[in-house]
Design a protein around this ligand. Sequence first.
Ligand code: FAD
Ligand code: NAP
Ligand code: SF4
Length: 678
Amino acid sequence: MIGTTRYPHVFSPLDLGFTRLKNRILMGSMHTGLEEAENGYARMAEYFAERARGGVGMIITGGIAPNPEAGVGGKLSTPAEAEQHRTVTRAVHAADADVKIVMQILHTGPLAGTPDCVAPSAVKSRIGRFTPMALDEDGIEKQIADFVNCAVLAQQAGYDGVEIIGSAGYLLSTFLVEKTNLRTDRWGGSWPNRMRFPVEVLRRVREAVGPRFILIFRIAAMDMLDGGLAWDEIVELAQAIEAAGANIISTHFCWHEAPVPTIATMVPRAAFAGVTGQLRKVVGVPVITSNRINMPAVAEAVLARGDADLVSMARPMLADPQIVLKALQGREDEINTCIACNQACLDHTFGGRLQVSCLVNPRACNETLLNYLPTASPKRIAVVGAGPAGLAYATVAAQRGHRVTLIDAGPEIGGQFNLAKRIPGKEEFHETLRYYRRMIELHGITLRLNTRADAALLQAEGFDDVVVATGIAPRTPDLPGINHPKVLSYIDVILGRKPVGQRVAIMGAGGIGFDVAELVTHQGTSAALDIAVFAREWGIDFEGHPRGGVTGVTPQVAKSDRHVTLLQRKADALGKTLGRTTGWTHRLTLNRRGVQMVGGVEYLGIDDAGLHTRVNGEPRLFEVDTVIVCAGQTPLRSLFDDLQKAGVKASLVGGAFEAAELDAKRAIDQASRLAAEV
Ligand code: FAD
Ligand code: NAP
Ligand code: SF4
């Protein structure tokens, strides 16, 4: 197999003594919400089985609670619940008997979101909903017994092992850290006492499940807390965990409440693997690394450097269930790469309302509901517009056997993704375009670039179906002076077509307004491409290992030479519409660069003096050289209207269908679903 030579480290098996992992890539734990969904375990079974067929060595399930107070959707504390889990383990082992499936036991402690949540002390987390109840001695014993019961039931349900999560601000980790453990009994105070609970949980689970069951402990190798764990403590904990019977130590970075991004798209690939490498030197069991490892070559480099024994890919497995198989078969250019946007995965998890899926792969977590089956009656289909909506439609339809012609007015595919990819921190968007370029070749889609389609052209060619994916037009507010030379569209600015002055006002603070502010205040190398720059900008010391990795380190973000003001009409705080798990990073970065944010603005006009406004009723002039308009978008439907008039049947997708609240997630999802039906 090609992959065994191109990725020799990835494809070398790992011997655990009593069992063997067939390669070094595992699917990391992610909460998907399937546990709570209708028919959830059957859906989960197919979701994991598809990844097992896709070549991964080991799968770790989303977190499963050992008791009700642990506060997770899925639970395993009774034999009846074990029966549900058996659906999952059977499906994975039937898909590939060589793939291991390990259940994560997750007790969220003070983050449980229920009033009866528990913790070592009654300390409310910055991101928790309730102040937890402090456990007494009996309560602690009960929690340990519940972990043991859960692990034993997991073994009976056919899992190959369990992972116990001891990081992220969840129960076990709150025993470790002084600010969340205020106890003075044998479970708190000194470091050996604070370490006791996680070690005891692990020791007793090992005792109960015997030696031939994979036991993984997830440790915060850097908790990113000011005053968090010292490196010596992390090392001691890892060694104690090994002595208590763990087969594998998995490294995790950051508590959820820490203000440092660790998985967003602006984080460099494999940024944290070096920390795992340092821990690997002081323990005898294999270690797992994770975070922003989204392509096989990155995994191979991490393993070859000796930074880890195993690489965890979580979101990349949502984006492409076959990522490992494609690496093995030398089909890397067919990998649908995770762009770390969080838009359909973590934003949905933490939003609590929507089913987790993936922006680039709407089938993720919908494996039983959305399938791209071969068509019995192939059609000739024209897709006009090669933005995300048109690309997704064309790919799915062609994969199903339709004959697709994809037409775009521009010189390259991608639509607005060609703007997005130019924003520092969004470099991963290039991967999506590479994927679609390959899909066009692979599925024999006829691509016509530099071709503006009109009704006459489409009618003349007599297609069976026409899909209009022509996207949007930027909205131009109707304002005195809107045609003044100092007014630029975001497209001109992003493409570098027009010079931007030193004093800038940005009208509109949606996703594009924020991205443009990032672009015009950015200096030097993108932090996403350089771990040292990233560490400097977020105040992380990867070498010196201060407490938490961050104590005493001040983030150093260069103030921008430009004076930039970001404006919106709404009186709300700016950036509220940005991604739930990533918006704060953009707000913080722009604040650190000195960008002013002003809400409650009424735009009055633009002239040589600048942008005239009323802010909360008071007149205010922004004396600027450049006004950049990022005021939303309207659907571009003239082609569709012309087709209607000409009596040609056509359907609309993406921005052309609806521009309000459009993003690539909706565009790709809508287009894929329509193409699955045609
Ligand atoms: P478009 O991408 O607009 O594509 C339409 C295509 O149709 C274009 O290529 C155009 O040339 C072509 N076309 C139009 N008329 C014709 C014609 N008559 N004949 C032939 N071709 C025609 N979304 C996210 O989800 N996450 C992000 O992080 C994100 N970041 C962004 C950053 C920036 C700077 C920008 C500008 C957008 C960003 N978006 C993001 C939004 C996302 O790119 C859009 O939602 C998405 O591109 C919409 O897809 P679409 O296919 O409907 O339209
Ligand atoms: P948007 O998020 O809808 O924001 C448009 C902005 O323009 C708002 O601040 C709005 O706020 C303002 N506005 C609306 N009408 C206006 C008018 N007539 N005059 C002046 N201002 C007006 O749209 P967008 O920024 O253009 O982004 C387009 C889509 O791409 C969005 O759906 C977004 O989700 C997606 N995107 C996502 C990301 C991401 O990182 N996830 C990044 C970029 C883009 P007020 O009405 O309060 O002024
Ligand atoms: Fe990756 Fe975005 Fe898909 Fe989540 S939604 S798996 S971050 S591409």
